[in-house]
Design a protein around this ligand. Structure first.
Ligand code: CP
Length: 304
């Protein structure tokens, strides 16, 4: 595997994460117009649907001056039975310099160890979502200027969430106190669970997760209305939140289910800000993939 690949958040050292977050911050001000000295090309291989991750990677790539190709699996030789490995090896052979990949298989990248160009994981099944994790850290830092000591509640479909997994790893690494809440059927082994009202009252960050209907094996044993009342961020629960607390959600949002539709753009909500920050963070990830050193300027007042 190429050393500048980004597959999981826990494959990064703490200092590497800080460098990526600092580079993303630099892209918001000092280095707004910075671009790579190569034009790539880079290819985006999305085997699962995506709006935010796919198009914010594409936006980041274009801003960095790369030529971008989006592969559509239904028009590729995957339909003739070609493997993921042979598809990636083909992109390498025909001159692509990096690949951004989303796939529904957990840890699909384990079959790609002989690919010699950087691979950026844009989400693997229920496993990892490192670029979402970095943009979540960035969004928390932008508001609180620190992560250490913050209380973070992650609520909803924990079992199927690669975001819950990656965010838990990174938030623990930076000293946040993380708890989870939601229905019994969405619990994940090794993730500490709390009552939702207690979690919401005491947390600085309330992160809601989408129910991933596409990964459920059968129908839910609870109506949507009952789910919203028991496990969703209702207007009543919003009133219980701490004064300086924030709402996050990786999106897409099931409005009216895990969060009341009116709260998606409430004053505490950072949901669309997360998407804006996603472009900055993905620029930093691509810059690293192309072997550029971190910017030397440290111009944020964030403490780690
Ligand atoms: N948050 C996220 O991964 O969204 P998309 O599935 O739209 O990329």
């Amino acid at each position: 595997m190429h050393p500048n690949s980004l597959l999981t958040i826990d494959s990064l050292r703490r200092e590497e994460i800080i460098d990526l977050l600092n580079d993303a911050y630099c892209f918001s001000n000092l280095y707004k117009d910075w671009h790579l000295s190569t034009n790539g090309p880079i290819a985006n291989l999305f085997f699962e649907n995506s709006t935010r991750t796919h198009y914010s990677f594409a936006s980041a790539e274009l801003q960095l001056g790369l030529k971008v190709e989006d592969m559509y699996p239904e028009f590729s030789s995957l339909t003739k039975g070609e493997s993921l490995y042979d598809t990636c090896k083909t992109f390498e052979a025909i001159g692509y310099k990096a690949l951004v990949i989303r796939n529904k298989q957990d840890e699909y990248f384990k079959q790609l160890t002989n690919i010699n160009i950087p691979i950026i994981n844009a989400g693997d099944g229920c496993g990892n979502h490192p670029s979402q994790c970095l943009l979540d850290l960035y969004t928390i830092l932008e508001h609180f200027h620190r992560i250490k000591g913050l209380k973070v509640a992650i609520i909803g479909d924990i079992a199927h969430s690669r975001v819950a997994n990656s965010d838990y790893q990174a938030l623990k690494m930076f000293g946040a106190d993380v708890t989870f809440s939601g229905p019994e059927e969405f619990k994940r082994e090794g993730f500490p669970f709390t009552n939702i009202d207690e979690a919401i009252k005491s947390s600085d960050v309330v992160m809601l997760l989408r129910i991933q209907f596409e990964r459920l094996e059968g129908p839910m044993h609870i109506s949507k209305e009952e789910y919203h009342q028991k496990f969703g961020l209702t207007k009543q629960r919003y009133e219980m939140m701490k004064e300086n607390s924030i709402i996050m959600h990786p999106a897409p949002v099931n409005r009216g289910l895990e969060i009341d539709s009116d709260l998606v753009e409430a004053s505490k909500s950072k949901i669309f800000r997360q998407m804006t920050n996603g472009v900055l963070v993905r620029k930093a990830i691509i810059k690293r993939a192309f072997n550029e050193k971190p910017f030397s300027e440290k111009n944020s007042d964030w403490s780690f």
